[in-house]
Design a protein around this ligand. Structure first.
Ligand code: NAD
Length: 439
C-alpha cells in the first residue's frame, strides 16, 4: 500500500515509520521545513526510544520518505492519514480543528483515484463528517472514503504500542474502506490483534472515552493517596490490593502530582465540552479535570510542608521536567505548574532532565544542571518530578552529602520511605501514611 502521512509529529512520525516497517511505502509530510530537513539528514526531531533505528532502516530500504509538499504522495496514495495536532482551543477548551480542516482542504485538491482519508488525530465526534464535506466541496468529483482510526500509542513506548497494540479501532461509513484498512494493518493479524470496525462517530468517541477513563483512574488513585496521608495508610499497597483484581487492573494506579502531557488534559476538556454542547454532561470527567488541575497547583505545597513556609533564599533541586519518562514532550507537564509556583514563593530552582530540552524556553529563571548530583548540590530540598530510570538508583550518600539539607520530596514514589530514612533523609512521598507530607 502507498501511504501519505500528513503531520510528522509524535504520532505521524511513529505511525509512518511503523507502517513502512510493515512493508508499505510511506511519505511523511510536514509543514515544518526544518523538521523535514532534519529527518532527511537522519536526525530525529523528537526523542522516542528506538525511533532513530526504525526510521534509518526504512529510509535505507526505500520505504520511508519525507517531504514538505504533499502533492505527489497524496496523488499516489491508497490511504492519506491526517495526524496533525488538535490542541485545546484558547478560551473554551474545545479541540482546535483548524489544522485538521486545513489538511483536509489541502489534500482534497491532490487526491486521484479511490483514496481512503484516515483521521488519526484525536478529533471530536462529527469531525469525519466535516472532513468529508470539505473534500466534497473542494473536489466534488473526488472518490474518497473518510475513515476514523484513532491512535492509542503512548509516548516513550510508542513503537511497541503501534506494532503490538491491544486493539485497533477503525470507524467507517463506506464499506470499500474496510479492505484498505485491513490490508494496512494486516501484519497485526499475526499477533491476533483485534481490529474493531465501528461506525465513524463511535470510533471518534472511543478515543475520548479511553483517555477520559484513564485520566479518571489516575485521578481516583490520587484522591485515595490524599486520604491515605490523612488516615495513615499506604496508597502503594492499596493500588496493589485493588489492582490485582482483574476487574480493576493494576495500570494507571500510580499516585503522583496529577496527569499532564499532550493528550489527557486537552482530551478530557474537549470531551467535557462536547458532552455539555450535546446536552448530555459527563460529570465524572468534569470533576476529574477540576481535581487534576487543583492537584497540580497544590503540589508546591508539598514542598513547603517538607522544608517550611519561607522559600525565599532556598535552593530546590528538581529531577525530571517532562510529563513522563522516556519522552522529551513538555506539553502540559506538571513541572510547568509546580516549578513556577516554587519560584513565586522565592525559591531558586536548579533542575535536570535527560531529554526535556524545551524546558529551557518554557521555564525561565531555572538553572539547568548537567546531572542529578549537580541538581542536588547545595539544595535545601530535592524534588523528584518525573520517574526517569536514571533517578531510581541514585547514590544516596553522594546525594545527601551534596545537599545543604537532606530533604527529598518524591512525587513519584520511586524510593522506599524506610530506605530513605536509613540513608539520613527527611523523605516525603505521595499517599504513604506518616511518611508523606500533606499539601
Ligand atoms: N502524542 C501522543 O502521544 C498522541 C497519542 C495518541 C493520539 N495523539 C493525537 O495525535 C494528533 C497529533 O499529535 P502529536 O503529538 O503527534 O502532535 P505534534 O504537534 O507532535 O505533531 C503535529 C505535526 O503536524 C504538523 N502539521 C500541522 N498542520 C499540518 C499540515 N497542514 N500539513 C502538514 N503538517 C502539518 C505540525 O507541523 C507538527 O509537526 C493529536 O490529535 C493528538 O491528540 C497523540
Amino acid at each position: 500500500m502507498r501511504v501519505a502521512m500528513i503531520g510528522t509529529g509524535y504520532v505521524g512520525l511513529v505511525s509512518g515509520a511503523c507502517f513502512a516497517d510493515f512493508g508499505h511505502v510511506v511519505t511523511c509530510i510536514d509543514k515544518d521545513a526544518a523538521k523535514i530537513a532534519r529527518l532527511k539528514d537522519g536526525v530525529m526531531p523528537i526523542f522516542e526510544p528506538g525511533l532513530d533505528t526504525l526510521v534509518a532502516r526504512n529510509v535505507r530500504e526505500d520505504r520511508l520518505f519525507f517531504d514538505t509538499n504533499s502533492a505527489e504522495a497524496v496523488r499516489d496514495a491508497d490511504a492519506v492519514f491526517i495526524a496533525v495536532g488538535t490542541p485545546s482551543r484558547r478560551g473554551d477548551g474545545h479541540a482546535d480543528l483548524s489544522y485538521v480542516y486545513a489538511a483536509a482542504e489541502e489534500i482534497a485538491g491532490q487526491i486521484a483515484g479511490f483514496t481512503v482519508v484516515v483521521t488519526k488525530s484525536t478529533v471530536p465526534v462529527g469531525t469525519g463528517d466535516e472532513i468529508e464535506a470539505i473534500i466534497r466541496r473542494v473536489r466534488p468529483d473526488a472518490d474518497v472514503a473518510v475513515v476514523s482510526n484513532p491512535e492509542f500509542l503512548r509516548e516513550g513506548a510508542a513503537i511497541n504500542d503501534f506494532k503490538r497494540p491491544d486493539r485497533v479501532v477503525v470507524g467507517i461509513e463506506d464499506e470499500r474502506a474496510r479492505a484498505v484498512m485491513s490490508e494496512l494493518y494486516r501484519p497485526l493479524n499475526l499477533n491476533e490483534t483485534p481490529i474493531l470496525f465501528t461506525g465513524r462517530r463511535t470510533s471518534e468517541l472511543t478515543k475520548y472515552a479511553a483517555n477520559a477513563f484513564l485520566a479518571m483512574k489516575i485521578t481516583f488513585i490520587n484522591e485515595v493517596a490524599d486520604l491515605c496521608e490523612v488516615l495513615g495508610a499506604d496508597v502503594q499497597q492499596i493500588a496493589r490490593g485493588i489492582g490485582l483484581d482483574n476487574r480493576i487492573g493494576s495500570k494507571f494506579l500510580h499516585a503522583g502530582p496529577g496527569y499532564g502531557g499532550s493528550c489527557f488534559p486537552k482530551d478530557t476538556l474537549a470531551l467535557v465540552r462536547t458532552a455539555a454542547d450535546a446536552g448530555s454532561p459527563i460529570r465524572l470527567v468534569e470533576t476529574t479535570v477540576e481535581v487534576n488541575d487543583a492537584r497540580k497547583k497544590a503540589m508546591a505545597g508539598k514542598v513547603v510542608a517538607g522544608i517550611g513556609e519561607d522559600l525565599a533564599g532556598k535552593t530546590i533541586g528538581v529531577l525530571g521536567l517532562t510529563f513522563k519518562p522516556n519522552t522529551d514532550d513538555m506539553r502540559d507537564a506538571p513541572s510547568l505548574d509546580i516549578v513556577p509556583a516554587l519560584q513565586a514563593m522565592g525559591a531558586k530552582i536548579q533542575a535536570f532532565d535527560p531529554e526535556g530540552h524545551e524546558a529551557r524556553q518554557m521555564l525561565p529563571g531555572v538553572e539547568f544542571m548537567a546531572g542529578p548530583y549537580e541538581a542536588a548540590a547545595g539544595a535545601d530540598a530535592l524534588v523528584i518530578l518525573t520517574e526517569w530510570d536514571q533517578f531510581r538508583a541514585l547514590d544516596l550518600t553522594r546525594i545527601r552529602e551534596a545537599m545543604a539539607q537532606p530533604v527529598v520530596i518524591d512525587l513519584r514514589n520511586i524510593y522506599r520511605p524506610a530506605e530513605m530514612k536509613a540513608s539520613g533523609f527527611r523523605y516525603f512521598g505521595v499517599g504513604r501514611g506518616a511518611g508523606s507530607a500533606q499539601p
